[in-house]
Design a protein around this ligand. Structure first.
Ligand SMILES: [Mg+2]
Length: 372
């Protein structure tokens, strides 16, 4: 793939409402957008690192720096022979930084697929033309506010609700949602690693509410703890932050620490590795679903393509664009009977709107691609 220029942009995207989790509050999404340009096509990738290193060690300033100083120079050494399939291998000497690597690989893959006229979903061996949409609800100030918020999303047609929880905000809000919406509503919780194994008895109080899963109750590195917790509660455990690679996933599954996995391409270094992760889970009969990181339409398009694979048997955190942004940087994804349509056009199948992007750009860096 011949490339001539890379543009790194930082965007300030105001969220429609602040999003609170056990590790912090976001009200503006600081997006790092990667654009690669060649004579045949332009490709796009979105880096999902957050402003602060609280969800995982990565953060957006760090991702920007590592792309500029360590990742791009390695890719440029491959020159015109570079293909998306080998990006992960070329970048493997650099430890970690999966979100930064994923953004670069996605942009190069998108350019390649656009040039070849192949959709991302086809490239990943997707089998669906629409994917089930779930909604992730941040921590609210009151239970009344939570019920009102969830009512709006249920009315909009979302197929399942995920509630962020933390110590002090768990059993009672879940009870309130079950009392209000009944047991028909697929409901799950995400703790973002905010409990310890000492909370096992408390977490077992969630069992009576028939949750689809509890996501990442314990620390990222505590696989043994998750396996022990799985023996003490009935609610299935899903892992998110712990799953940084296919190897980490197999370890967690084989040790009984995870019955379900949340697949996020940014967390494992790209969509090609995310497909590998899907494939090993599919072989083992472990259900997976696609997580979300408050993506713009660029990242959302890639997630929807990933969720079209056969093992994504549960609705993901793949919401319509208006869940997060009043105005997206691509054509918006909209909800139709609880589903989002999988883009069928070449590459990501969306068209970034350069005028809108320019309006929200806070920093733009152009790098001439110099094959060395
Ligand atoms: Mg999560």
């Amino acid at each position: 793939m011949r490339l001539e220029r890379v543009v790194l942009r930082r965007l300030a995207m105001p969220l429609v409402s602040p999003f609170r989790t056990s590790f912090g509050v976001e009200d503006t999404r600081d997006v790092l957008l990667v654009q690669v340009e060649g004579p045949e096509a332009v490709g796009w990738g979105e880096c999902v690192a957050m402003s602060e290193p609280l969800y995982t060690p990565e953060y957006v300033d760090g991702a920007h720096a590592v792309i500029r100083s360590h990742l791009l120079p390695r890719l440029q050494q491959r020159g015109d022979e570079l293909v998306a399939d080998e990006v992960a291998t070329v970048l493997s000497p650099v430890k970690g930084h999966q979100m930064a690597k994923a953004a670069l690989e996605t942009a190069i893959l998108d350019a390649e697929l656009r040039a070849a006229g192949v959709s991302m979903s086809s490239r990943l061996c997707g089998v669906r033309d629409r994917v089930g949409a779930g909604v992730s609800i941040g921590i609210t100030d009151t239970i009344g506010e939570l019920v009102e918020l969830v009512s709006g999303y249920v009315e909009a047609g979302y197929l399942r609700v995920k509630l962020k929880v933390e110590p002090g905000w768990d059993v009672e809000p879940v009870r309130a949602l079950r009392e209000h919406f009944g047991y028909e509503l697929p409901l799950q919780v995400d703790a973002n690693a905010s409990y310890t194994l000492a909370d096992a008895a408390h977490l077992s109080k969630l069992d009576e509410f028939d949750l689809v899963m509890v996501e990442q109750p314990l620390r990222d590195d505590d696989i043994t703890g998750h396996a022990a917790l799985a023996r003490q509660i009935r609610t299935p455990i899903c892992l998110d932050e712990s799953i940084t690679s296919v190897a980490a996933a197999l370890d967690a599954i084989d040790r009984g620490a995870a019955a379900i996995l949340n697949v996020k391409a940014g967390r494992v270094g790209g969509y090609l590795e995310a497909k590998n992760l899907h494939d090993v889970c599919f072989e083992r009969g472990v259900p997976v679903w696609c997580g979300g990181m408050l993506e713009t339409g660029v990242g959302r398009a890639a997630n929807v393509a990933l969720a079209s694979l056969p093992g994504f048997s549960l609705p993901g955190d793949i919401s319509a664009s208006d869940r997060y942004f009043r105005r997206d940087i691509t054509e918006p994804f909209t909800l139709e009977s609880g589903h989002l349509a999988v883009p069928q056009g070449p590459g990501l199948g969306i068209t970034p709107d350069l005028q809108v992007i320019d309006e929200v750009t806070t920093l733009k860096e152009e790098i001439i691609w110099q094959a060395t």
